[in-house]
Design a protein around this ligand. Structure first.
Ligand code: GLY
Length: 289
């Protein structure tokens, strides 16, 4: 079993050749933020929050600063975090003024609600030290279709605890108030120390209709990560849609896969250096079955 492991993703989407390095660099920077915490003896929860905050800060990715806009030209953000030790979940959805939605989701972990939306989520953030900004502060100028989709992270710490996180601006041009898979446990993420942790990216409606994170977790109970990912992607074909999936299992084995054109990922574990990719075929990692 690996002493610690971490994997981050920057979204299942097409990535133009000129933007590949920015995606690798952004994923590596986020990975290092989480890796430093794990190497210092910190928790998986702290690591996934730190890595996801870094991705929310990077306008290369559709989360936090740099999120895509809905049909009204407005940013609406969703995020969640899950603790595999306690099965606690915090999620926020359709928020417009939170600089780091994943940190507000993390502040919800000890609280009773699992998901808060809109004004209610922002009121919670005000009472729990959330960082606010003007909605316009989240926008960046873009030429052409930015592509879209979620960022996320899964980590295993040296205490055997697993955590997962997601953050997204949703799908470009979607209906105001639309919420995707990212803040929904069992759809966009899940973590359970007994099985592993997963964070997904893709077309939220398809991931919700297939409860794809739950299916991936179920597959992980019997299969190594690579084969569990293949099984989940096969099931997704029932409704169609693009997705990318990252996994760390309870033994510290990590893997990733996608049916989208590209999927930016970085990973590291004890004894394995940090590496970043934009396509699973680039990664020499073999399924550790
Ligand atoms: N996967 C992000 C979304 O559909 O909102």
């Amino acid at each position: 079993m690996s002493e610690w492991a971490i994997i981050v993703h920057g979204g299942a989407k097409d990535i133009p050749p000129g933007q590949e390095q920015a995606h690798r660099d952004g994923c590596l920077a986020a990975l290092r933020a989480g890796q430093a915490i794990l190497e210092g003896g910190g928790s998986a929860l702290a690591a996934v929050e730190a890595a996801t905050r870094a991705l929310e800060d990077d306008p290369t990715f559709n989360a936090g600063y740099g999120a895509v806009v809905n049909a009204k030209g407005e940013v609406e953000l969703d995020a969640a975090i899950m603790d595999g030790k306690t099965l606690a979940v915090g999620g926020v959805a359709a928020v417009t003024t939170l600089r780091h939605p994943v940190s507000v989701a993390a502040a919800m972990l000890p609280e009773r609600p699992v998901l808060l939306v809109g004004d209610g989520a922002e009121a919670f953030a005000r009472d729990h030290g959330g960082e606010f900004c003007a909605p316009s502060d989240l926008l960046v100028e873009r030429v052409g279709d930015p592509g879209c989709d979620t960022v996320g992270c899964v980590a295993l710490d040296r205490y055997g605890d697993i955590a997962a996180a997601t953050s997204t601006g949703g799908l470009s041009g979607s209906h105001p108030g639309r919420v995707g898979d990212s803040p929904l446990p069992g759809c966009g993420l899940y973590a359970d120390n007994a099985v592993g942790g997963v964070s997904l990216s893709g077309e939220g409606e398809s991931l919700i209709r297939t409860t794809l994170a739950a299916r991936l977790m179920r597959a992980l109970e019997a299969l190594p990560p690579g084969k569990a990912i293949d099984a989940a992607l096969t099931y997704l074909a029932r409704v169609g849609g693009e997705a990318g999936l990252i996994v760390i299992d309870t033994h510290g084995r990590l893997d990733w896969g996608h049916n989208s054109a590209r999927f930016a990922v970085a990973h590291a574990s004890a004894g394995q250096p940090a590496q970043a990719f934009v396509n699973r075929a680039e990664d020499a990692r073999k399924d550790p079955s």
